[in-house]
Design a protein around this ligand. Sequence first.
Ligand SMILES: CC(C)(COP(=O)(O)OP(=O)(O)OC[C@H]1O[C@@H](n2cnc3c(N)ncnc32)[C@H](O)[C@@H]1OP(=O)(O)O)[C@@H](O)C(=O)NCCC(=O)NCCS
Length: 242
Amino acid sequence: MADKPPNNDPDGLPPLSYRVVTQDSEKQEALRLVADSIAQQRQTASAAIIFHPLCLAGLLAMCAGTYHQYQHAGYGTVMTMLSGVVIVYLSFVRFYTSGYIQRAESFRWRDFIAGPDGKEDVVIAAVYGTDVIGVVVLRLEGDEVNKKKKGGAQTNRTGRGIIRAWTTKLRYRGKGVGSDLLHLAVQTTIRAFGPDASVEFDPNHPNSTHPLPDMFLRPFKRRQQKAAKALRQALNHQGNPK
Ligand SMILES: CC(C)(COP(=O)(O)OP(=O)(O)OC[C@H]1O[C@@H](n2cnc3c(N)ncnc32)[C@H](O)[C@@H]1OP(=O)(O)O)[C@@H](O)C(=O)NCCC(=O)NCCS
């Protein structure tokens, strides 16, 4: 896919390129990033629980109760018991967020990209040297443009692109790789269905479901808003306001 020229660095750094991957081994490597990103959500979720005002209030109450009970037993005992309370608190958070690891482990890349009509989703990867460092999984839904009018104009522009997963490897985030992948997803959709085609996130993408109550999902909601904004920017950049 020659959508974006490789970024050949004169300092001898590996080139960064973007392409549709077709080989199973590459798809597997790319989709592993999606599984990793599900597991990585555990850290965000843990922080959200640990620092949630209600949980902190609970921790404080437990510490106060422990102090009250052991204050006459000496400084050493009080400190030991308080450390125990904190360890129990953190262990509870660890247990509570283990669902992310289970979800990551049960992620089956081949099933994930299998479309309802037997056609696989488009897997666009960012490749740095030989490493896959980012991926966007795009489902093209509708009739692809293949008719032409006499004058050459295209018809049958009914279709939409659904972004089913979008991930950059952790240490390469914040450097523009994700934006490039979104742009390519938009370009690929427009190439298939014409400039009026819409592109949207799958509401049930792998990073959107959480094994936690809603009260702990604030950071994830903020991320979804950022993702929606990034997609709007990619669409506007292509002259497609949808
Ligand atoms: C979302 C993600 C792919 C962005 O990749 P990236 O390479 O860091 O992206 P860029 O550096 O090109 O930043 C592009 C835009 O992505 C958005 N973005 C950044 N981090 C984000 C995050 N964690 N979640 C959603 N959007 C994010 C921002 O709007 C950013 O634009 P800004 O710099 O103007 O704020 C990356 O953070 C990631 O893999 N997150 C984990 C998986 C995930 O949550 N995917 C989103 C599914 S909707």
